[in-house]
Design a protein around this ligand. Structure first.
Ligand code: OGA
Ligand code: MN
Length: 223
């Protein structure tokens, strides 16, 4: 019989990995952490995304927000679905991101208050051209995150994310394979990046830590 003396569940995020992430983010404006979350969580998220894809529950992604939103397969070819806490895996992932948000706030005084994320499926041949996730001054997205879900990604399958120098966006600073468990984050307003054409279907969860940029009684739209 249980008397409420079970040890608390182990945290999803390893404190050492968290510290490394923050150090890298401060020093370089980005961080790349392999095996950032437990393998079983990655598998569950991947299974969920594959099921959404096969049941046609994903929507072609566009560029721009609100009325400016436009489908541009010549710029980006993924299909997405926003996380809605509909599964244990989603809730666990969002809980981990909430813990990361608290840590970023504590270490960097960023005043982040919200995290939004979507599943993303890049079909064979798709890509996302070089872009910034947020524009300085206007943006409320401060830190971008991508968690990759693809087990045993072949070295020749393409689909890497490429990060560029904020001072010279033709200079590549990092190229990362979308291998399951790898977590990439970077300053949304600073780091130009792209997804190279993929030769295999490519799965990820992409998200943003936001700050409220409300002015007067205008509150930022959530997406
Ligand atoms: C994005 C993006 C990168 C990736 O969705 O804005 O840049 O590796 N994604 O999926
Ligand atoms: Mn992006």
């Amino acid at each position: 019989m249980h008397h409420g003396h079970e040890p608390p569940p182990a945290p999803l995020l390893d404190p050492t990995a968290l510290n490394l992430l923050i150090d890298e983010l401060v020093e370089h404006g980005y961080s790349v952490r392999p095996d950032f979350l437990p393998a079983h969580l990655i598998r569950h998220l991947n299974d969920e995304l594959r099921a959404l894809e096969s049941h046609q529950r994903l929507t072609a992604a566009g560029i721009g927000r609100g009325r400016e939103h436009d489908l541009r397969p010549d710029i980006r070819g993924d299909a997405i679905r926003w996380l809605d806490r509909d599964s244990r895996a989603q809730r666990a992932y969002l809980e981990a991101m909430n813990a990361l948000k608290d840590e970023l706030n504590r270490a960097l005084y960023l005043g982040l208050f919200e995290y939004e994320a979507h599943f993303a499926h890049y079909p064979v041949g798709s890509f996302y051209r070089k872009h910034l996730d947020s524009f300085r001054g206007r943006g409320n997205r401060l830190i971008s995150s991508v968690l990759y879900l693809n087990a045993d990604w072949p070295a020749d399958a393409g689909g890497e994310i490429v990060l560029y120098d904020p001072e010279d966006d033709s200079r590549e600073i990092r190229r990362v394979t979308p291998e399951a468990g790898t977590f990439v984050c970077f300053l949304s307003e600073r780091i130009p990046h792209e997804v190279l054409p993929t030769k295999q279907a490519r799965a990820s969860v992409t998200g943003w830590f936001r700050r409220n940029a409300s002015q007067g009684n205008l509150v930022d739209p959530s997406r």
